[in-house]
Design a protein around this ligand. Structure first.
Ligand SMILES: Nc1nc2c(c(=O)[nH]1)N[C@H]1C(S)=C(S)[C@@H](COP(=O)(O)O)O[C@H]1N2
Ligand SMILES: [Mo]
Length: 224
């Protein structure tokens, strides 16, 4: 694998094997407890267990997005498309936040300290068209994932570049990744390259392979 490809195609025997395994879990309903929880009362969603470290989960192609190569496009159904360099992105208003992470593979991690640009800051800049209903996230490794616009347009959603005061490492999706803390972590795209607003829903990489489209951990929306 070379470091200087922007978009690494998701093929190769090892990755296909991993993808097949995870699709199998989705089919078998692996890890399902069949219970729900109330986020107002229960901090830990059903079937999750707490970890102290931060595990790495991706398709195995971890693109090397250098500051020079970094570009972020915000386009689709917007009045004012944006094309940002890393300097442009860093010049936007920055916010500190603290949130929990919940991964569908059952680990949760509390009190992560982040710094980045609020989704709402970007939405004010691009001005979604009236018909915009969904957001599709595109990454440098070819990964995609989707949420509704109302799930993206939340005060705790950020495009983050610092975790615990340090630049987000390459393995965790640096220089800039998504963070949508109230959905399972597969909705938080690493190595973010583009955010596209659409009128129709466009299920992403895991969503077309058996993962739940909505991904609410407290409803245990792992698969479906
Ligand atoms: N670009 C990209 N983003 C991705 C993925 C990926 O393979 N590529 N994997 C997703 C999945 S399945 C999970 S669980 C989280 C893991 O993030 P982490 O490795 O930082 O814990 O990233 C999500 N974002
Ligand atoms: Mo995942």
């Amino acid at each position: 694998m070379t470091d200087d490809h922007d978009d690494i195609p998701m093929d190769g025997a090892i990755k296909q094997k991993l993808i097949k395994a995870k699709q199998g879990w989705a089919r078998d309903g692996r890890l399902l407890t069949g219970t729900t929880a109330d986020p107002a009362r229960d901090r830990l969603p059903p079937g999750q267990r707490l970890v102290r470290d931060w595990p790495v989960f991706d398709l195995g192609a971890e693109p090397n997005v250098t500051p020079e190569k970094f570009r972020l496009d915000l386009d689709g159904m917007v009045e004012n498309p944006l094309h940002l360099t890393l300097d442009d992105f860093m010049a936007l208003p920055q916010t500190d936040s603290v949130s929990d992470m919940h991964c569908v593979t059952q680990w949760s991690r509390y009190d992560n300290h982040w710094r980045g640009v609020a989704a709402r800051t970007l939405l004010e800049l691009v001005r979604p068209k009236a018909e915009a209903r969904h957001a599709v996230f595109h990454s440098h490794d070819g990964y995609t994932t989707n949420v509704r616009l109302d799930q993206f347009d939340q005060p705790d959603v950020f495009l983050v570049h610092l975790w615990e005061g340090k630049p987000i490492t390459r393995e965790h999706g640096g220089p800039v990744r998504m963070l949508i803390p109230r959905l399972y972590l597969w909705k938080s795209a690493k190595w973010l390259r583009r955010i596209e607003l659409t009128g129709r829903d466009r299920p992403g990489f895991w969503e077309v392979r058996g993962y739940h489209n909505n991904a609410d951990p407290w409803q245990e929306e792992r698969y479906g």
